[in-house]
Design a protein around this ligand. Structure first.
Ligand SMILES: Cc1cc2nc3c(=O)[nH]c(=O)nc-3n(C[C@H](O)[C@H](O)[C@H](O)COP(=O)(O)OP(=O)(O)OC[C@H]3O[C@@H](n4cnc5c(N)ncnc54)[C@H](O)[C@@H]3O)c2cc1C
Length: 352
């Protein structure tokens, strides 16, 4: 039956995560004549599913939504079903080293399965933290879905030129995000700490340096808690505050950071792993012996942002151990930090 894969006893490559990076890794692996199992929880768990308009994707001069781009990539993968077993929705729960490769355990069709391979590509992405307003995280979703509130400076910084911008956050990451936003020459920037003291918990001397820099750059800081938003019909980010005041901006920018989904996977390989990148850029990710002696990428990814090689995550304060992304409900951090799995941006194993 088309679209319904059978689990083979073993594969050359198991790709965990079917966002842009994982889909491309699976496709390229198949084109290089490898057998591939692609295990994906579903596009709704891809960060890209919530990107309304990408303008930097080659081949789409008028831009494309992340949603549509995923659909296109899925179609390309499905065209190679002879080599790619595409298991979705499949939730990977562990990756273990074995004597001849890796065992990847996943839940699929209410059953626990194990996919075996010589190589595992981890491409599980990140999940953005969402500001909780009046105890709810979905208050901001309509503004995010219309790209009035952004989450990714590399992706959407260009859209802040000449606009008034509210950056939401209170820690060192938020302060640095303000400085990043300023480099895009906005009309104005304000920092909304949403009831938190500015730079609370940031160690010295970083705290003093950042505070002085914000002051020097003339960035107003609003510490009152946000209680609601408006202005969406006018395509504005209107913010209502707990003290009854109201402010309006052209754009909001959430600087709360993200969860790295790779942290949820226990079972670290130990040997044979290879970080694909350390600074938000993906490059050639593995040496392949097919054809012998040649160096060939197993996966390539969109060059702008996180993908296989997304940088180590910035961690903001947890909200009761939960974070979420528009439309996904809540996501609970399932593992304590000392059970971290294979790190983000790592590819484990080597093609033979
Ligand atoms: C609002 C917004 C705007 C953006 N705009 C742009 C833009 O204009 N241009 C641009 O280039 N980029 C943009 N991005 C960034 C882009 O979306 C990401 O860089 C891209 O989605 C990263 O791809 P990925 O494959 O690494 O991760 P993701 O797309 O997040 O995919 C990860 C996949 O892994 C799966 N997964 C996670 N855990 C498991 C598990 N345990 N088991 C099985 N599967 C799992 C998920 O289901 C998901 O499908 C934007 C992002 C956002 C949020």
């Amino acid at each position: 039956m088309p679209g319904f894969p059978r689990l083979a006893p073993s594969y050359d490559i198991v790709v965990v995560g079917g966002g842009h990076a994982g889909l491309q890794a699976a496709l390229k692996g198949a084109l290089l004549q490898h057998s591939v199992a692609l295990l994906d929880r579903g596009p709704k768990y891809s960060r890209s599913y919530y990107a309304p308009h990408m303008v930097n994707i080659p081949g789409f001069p008028d831009g494309v939504s992340g949603h549509r781009l995923l659909d296109q990539q899925i179609a390309a993968v499905r065209a190679h079903e002879d080599r790619i077993g595409y298991f979705t929705p499949a939730m990977v729960t562990s990756v273990e080293k074995t004597s001849d490769g890796f065992a990847v355990t996943f839940d699929w069709l209410k059953q626990t399965q194990v996919a075996r391979a010589r190589v595992v590509v981890l491409a599980m992405g990140v999940v953005d933290r969402i500001p909780a307003v009046e105890g709810k995280i979905d208050t901001i979703f309509p503004w995010a879905n219309q790209a009035i509130v952004d989450f990714c400076i590399l992706c959407d910084g260009w859209d802040l030129v000449d606009r008034s911008v509210a950056v939401v956050g209170h820690d060192a990451f938020a302060a640095r995000t303000v400085l990043d936003v300023l480099s895009f020459r906005p009309k104005s920037v304000e920092l909304l700490t949403h009831g938190h003291p500015l730079l609370d918990g940031v160690p010295e001397p970083e705290r003093s340096t950042l505070a002085a820099t914000l002051k020097e750059r003339g960035v107003p800081v609003v510490t009152t808690e946000m209680v609601g938003f408006d202005g969406i019909r006018e395509k504005l980010f209107g913010v209502r505050f707990a003290d009854g005041s109201h402010r309006t901006y052209d754009r909001g920018f959430s600087a709360l950071g993200w969860y790295d989904m790779h942290d949820a996977i226990p079972g670290r390989s130990g040997a044979g792993s290879m970080p694909t990148a350390t600074s938000s850029r993906t490059r050639t990710v593995a040496r392949s012996r097919t054809p012998p002696g040649n160096r060939s990428p197993v996966s390539t990814a969109w060059g702008t942002s996180g993908t296989v090689g997304i940088r180590s995550p910035k961690r903001g304060p947890r909200q009761n151990g939960r974070s979420s992304t528009p439309g996904r409900g809540t996501w609970k951090d399932p593992l304590p930090r000392d059970r971290r799995g294979v790190r983000d941006g790592e590819m484990v194993g080597e093609l033979g």
